[in-house]
Design a protein around this ligand. Sequence first.
Ligand code: PLP
Length: 476
Amino acid sequence: MTEHLHGNMSSEDFRRAGHAMIDWIADYLDRDVARYPVRSQVEPGWLRPQLPASAPESGESWEAIWTDFETKILPGVTHWQSPHFYAYFPANVSYPAILGELLSAGLGVNGMLWATSPAATELETHVLDWLVDAMDLPPHFKGGGVIQDTASSASLCALLCAREQVTGYVGVRDGTGGGAPLRAYVSEHAHSSIEKAAMILGIGSSNVIAIPGDETHAMRPGALRKAIEQDLRQGLRPCFVCATIGTTSSLAMDPVDAIGKVCREHDLWLHVDAAMAGTALICPEFRAMADGLSYADSYCFNPHKWMFTNFDCDAFYVCDPSRLIRAMSIMPEYLKTADADGVINYRDWHIPLGRRFRALKLWFVLRSFGIEGIRARIREHVALAREFASWIDADDRFERCAPCDLNLVCFRMVGSDDENRRLMSSLNDAGQMYLTHTILDGRFVLRLCIGQTTTTRQHVQQAWAWIQGATGGLAD
Ligand code: PLP
């Protein structure tokens, strides 16, 4: 048998290094991840001086490459899979999803068209349909699912659809130069990706209108209606509303039902962004937060945040794929295939042409955990967050700053913003845990989000002890 070298690696070398790497990953996730500071402690500019100025002329041994990974790269890694990672929103992983990534890399498939790998397309449609049932999403999303890289891309596609719907598909042909400004509406706490999408799509960030929130930081539908009516009176062109199920700052729940009714009255595209919180819909008891989702023209959530599916994997649903395809499709000769009719060609459903076989990892997760297995972990995370919130409530050195409906606790030490900033820095600098912050009602607030695959009650108790311990000596 001829041995094909890939770079400096034979298939034997690959087997050896690959088996060792799987062992390394299992040890890392089981045990070693807890040994590193959660947030990398290196200073900016730490890595590059340690690397050669130019790429090697001759191939190097795997041993040399791996040694450099361990000594030079690993110290600059922030350990998102640490059980003490409570920052931002999680990007949790699992063994079946990691194997899905590996297999996708091994197959090296580009599923841009049905014909370029039929199973990649059909599995994707199928697992996204499974999720419609498992999460009790509106049935009109069946057959309308597509995996995007991120929620940002999904929201951009949704806003494009809205723009084209209101301009009669003139924008994609002639550009967006003419006509009265288009307007998009979001809660003041919506994710910045909507504003970025408006910048990219020629709508302009000044035409994204931030609707004020109520005392729970959720969008006020009355204020939305007023803003739309005012814009209409001024001859502007409302086209899009994004409701968020679980805002990034505080996991506030915009009232989708009331917002949906306003969208219906004015024939506006309703996109619902449930990037992190959407996973909780797998549990019937959390589904009230999605009441009114049947009004949505599009919906997205990220299995790569809280559903044990490695980054990147956003599940994006449209109720009428033809509107998405009409806004996205171009057909150069070199991409025409004989079977174009009657199959899904996902290249028309998102921005890039090429696409990885991401459905594999989602399929592996759903089959390996089972819906019950995912529900059990989500319930555990929510219970832990609620318990942590109860500890905050019972300690008069702290105050809670938002409701804790799911797995995010927003809190602060009673004291100044500077004291709270110092509290967060001291915890993060110590490397034992990692928290991030937001601003709510003009005040600096700490966010503790529980969504790691391996976080247990013991970890959360330990985190609480560290937080309490760090409050001493912080007074201004
Ligand atoms: N929407 C919400 C509500 C988010 O919380 C986030 C990120 O945390 C995003 C969108 C952007 O996510 P992505 O990184 O998938 O674009």
